[in-house]
Design a protein around this ligand. Sequence first.
Ligand code: FES
Length: 120
Amino acid sequence: MASEKKYHWFKIFSSAEEMSNNIPPRRTYTIQVDGKGICLVHGLDGFYAVRDKCPHNGFPLSAGFCSDVNSIVCPVHRYHFDLKTGRAVSGIGARVETYPIKITESGVFLGVEEFNWWPF
Ligand code: FES
């Protein structure tokens, strides 16, 4: 039985308009949430959030760019990571962590998955 993921939701913008004003199309924007560097990307069909750390060698993905197939491209070795799944599109069999974004009337929120380490 698959368990449903639970998230802590962190407010990152006061509105969708504020987010759009700060992140032009196909650009990145860096924030810190829950002690993690997060790379926000204004992709081809919306906004995405990935860990700001390339799984290949740790370089900040926010220094890269959004490709025309909706992936984030690391500027160092040019590996592409799908913005929806985080999976490498080319280069290596790795995956960058992705985070859901929720837009509500009270603002824009980023979800960080809760981990329950208690086994019982
Ligand atoms: S450090 Fe990102 S592809 Fe190598």
